[in-house]
Design a binder for this molecule. Sequence first.
Ligand code: HEC
Length: 154
Amino acid sequence: MKFLHIAALTAVALAGPAFAGDADAGKKAFKACKSCHAVKNGDETIVKGGKTGPNLYGIMGRQAGTVEKFKYGKSIVEAGEGGLVWDEETLIAYIHNPKAYLSEVLGSSAKSKMSYKMKKKDIEKGVDADIAAFLLSVSPDAAPAEAEAAEASN
Ligand code: HEC
């Protein structure tokens, strides 16, 4: 198994701005994702979406590359096996540029099946943190400390 650079990356991310996302704004902004991703809890559809990417219900707190029945690329599975878990820091970094982030995490050139990168102007507007806050709000099993921190920042 590869040893990942997650700890180092986290330290860098923590030095950055706090994550003060707005879950309602994030739910609207999720329109950028729903061509490929749905948010479904069993039969309950929270956001209707495509199947190119995995269902993102409960994604926060989950090991990367582990939604049942979804056929992931090799790199994201490897990153998950090496310890990559989705939280506000890792998810935000990933959606900025999936291939670049996985390459950083794995310490070698990675491949990503997610053909999406967030536009710079959306990152500047904080759309990344809003989407992370929305996904946290639909992840009931995410670490309670994170959920509380998200509530405190709303
Ligand atoms: C063009 C289709 C497409 C769009 C648009 C897209 N994704 Fe994805 N996404 C994918 C695919 C395909 C994967 C699986 C990646 C792999 O296997 O390498 C993925 C994976 C992910 C994962 C990892 C899931 C896991 O189980 O580990 C997250 C988190 C994610 N996407 C979030 C988002 C968010 C948030 C947006 C919108 C800002 C978005 N995606 C937009 C196709 C897309």
